[in-house]
Write a protein that binds this ligand. Structure first.
Ligand SMILES: [Zn+2]
Length: 79
């Protein structure tokens, strides 16, 4: 797996980073989008690895990302 995909399946950003490579060379890579941080393995199905096959309802736009500022709070510790 020497070439990286041209765009993120989720947000179409064009900077993709390789986080890890399988111990057995050429089996799979773990890739991550530089914008939305979507992370996937190259061995996963097309609906997880390719923009054109990624489900429309899960695709993100720049506006979606900029407006996704709500971070869930950490619940109180159990007593
Ligand atoms: Zn992305």
């Amino acid at each position: 797996m020497n070439h990286l995909p041209v765009e993120c399946p989720r947000c179409a950003f064009e900077k993709i980073f390789r986080l890890a490579t399988s111990p057995v060379p050429g089996v799979c890579d773990v890739l991550q989008c530089g914008r939305c941080l979507y992370t996937w393995r190259t061995g996963e199905p097309a609906r997880r690895t390719r923009r054109d096959a990624y489900p429309d309802s899960f695709k993100l736009t720049v506006a979606d990302i900029e407006n996704a500022i709500e971070v869930p709070t950490v619940p109180p510790l159990l007593k």
